[in-house]
Design a protein around this ligand. Structure first.
Ligand code: FEO
Length: 404
């Protein structure tokens, strides 16, 4: 079913209720997602973004229910990633004469995906195209989150279509933010930011400042995933400004894997030390936990405490993906520590500490190693590690005890 956003502006996307993994298997999407495309009928007709390829038939049917495909003049591809451009080849088979509007970087990346000689029109920051009564204004947004990303703003109904920015992987029955469960919406918007936009936080702040300085009215923010922000649309901008500051709450996450319960026992002793000092914390056993949910918890927390036994002079393999995420996401304002059991060589704690160093996360407590199973001395050292971390976490008076 298509949805009317404003006079002659329609959502023609697809809700993907069954999506559970995105980017191959990189990102969990427990609540599905949507691929949002917008049709604007004016003297000229424009489509802003398409949908992922497997949903091309549904997409073409929706668009065709509103207009003959041959009447489409412009297709704006804000970002070449296939979840938004995937239906473009099918669409272009019907309308090979249509103009495909792309950012300067998109002029390379869209052909790079499809290897077709379509009628591309690259646009720069602030350029616009008249549709008749209203205009499309293009704002480059490089690295939010690809080099080719741009926002499209529609004058008249004043709708900002920022593609991935302000989106959520959230399949819903209704298209607008005021019609869905607010807690779920917040959780999915935060998870999206933490997992996708964290490394680009400085650019997020810069782009928001730039758009706010333009003083353009924004009546709706219509991203390419999830719901459209029509009720107090700037609330998600305010949330992004806050998240981009990366000021964590006074809390900790303990991430560990274990072979024969020794490292788990150490994790629980560290938790006792944190609890004794009143620091909220969560423990995650990596072998049974969702990596992307953990990233959201890391994003919120001041301290990351990681534990692994030594296996083959290294870590348990389940620890490696999260360490790679911690490095790649470039978290700011974190502190870290390491712990783990060993039998003979005992490299695990040093390896974790090295990963934290490479991630620019300072070590705030001495790591704890326990030979075979932790004895009472080792568990005491773990409780002390927890207490020391608690002391470091509490040092920052500016750090809020909880965040939204
Ligand atoms: Fe960067 Fe939703 O694709």
């Amino acid at each position: 079913m298509v949805t009317l956003l404003a006079e002659n502006v329609y959502w023609v996307g697809t809700v993907d209720w069954s999506l559970r993994h995105f980017h191959g298997h990189e990102l969990s999407t427990h609540r599905g997602s949507s691929y949002n495309s917008y049709l604007i009928k004016d003297q000229k007709t424009a489509l802003v973004d398409t949908v992922w390829g497997p949903f091309k038939d549904d997409f073409l049917e929706k668009v065709s229910s509103l207009i003959e495909l041959s009447k489409i003049d412009y297709i704006v591809i804000n970002h070449s990633e296939p979840d938004h451009s995937g239906a473009l080849p099918a669409l272009m088979r019907h309308i090979p004469q249509a103009t495909v509007i792309v950012s300067k970087q998109g002029e390379k990346s869209v052909p790079g995906h499809y290897h077709q000689q379509w009628n591309f029109q690259p646009v720069g920051n602030g350029e616009n195209i008249s549709l008749g009564n209203n205009q499309l204004v293009f704002l480059e947004a490089p690295m939010l989150h690809w080099p080719d990303s741009m926002f499209t703003y529609l004058t008249g109904p004043n709708i900002l279509m920022p593609n991935d920015a302000f989106g959520q992987h959230y399949a819903t029955a209704f298209r607008f933010n005021d019609l869905v469960n607010q807690q779920e919406l917040h959780q999915e918007a935060l998870k999206y930011y933490a997992n996708i936009l964290t490394p680009f936080s400085k650019l997020v702040l810069k782009k928001i400042d730039e758009v706010l300085a333009m003083n353009i009215p924004v009546h709706m923010i219509a991203p390419s995933h999830g719901v459209i922000w029509r009720d107090n649309p700037l609330q998600i901008v305010t949330s992004y400004q806050k998240w981009a500051q990366q000021e964590p709450e006074q809390s900790a996450v303990i991430l560990y894997d274990t072979m024969w319960e020794g490292t788990r026992t150490m994790a629980y002793a560290i938790a006792e030390g944190l609890a004794e000092k009143g620091i909220p914390h969560k423990l995650f056993h990596m072998a049974v936990s969702d990596r992307n949910d953990i990233i959201t918890e890391i994003f919120k927390s001041r301290a990351i405490i990681l534990g692994s036994p030594t296996l083959n002079k290294g870590l348990l393999p389940t620890m490696m993906p999260i360490l790679e995420d911690i490095r790649g996401l470039s978290f700011q304002n974190k502190i870290g520590a390491a712990f783990g059991t060993y039998g003979w060589s005992g490299e695990s704690v040093g390896i974790i500490e090295e990963h934290l160093n490479h991630s620019n996360i300072p070590l705030a407590a001495e790591g704890v190693k326990a030979k075979w199973q932790p004895d009472e001395d080792a568990l005491h050292a773990c409780r002390e590690l927890g207490k020391n971390m608690a002391g470091e976490i509490s040092k920052n008076e500016k750090t809020p005890k909880t965040t939204v």
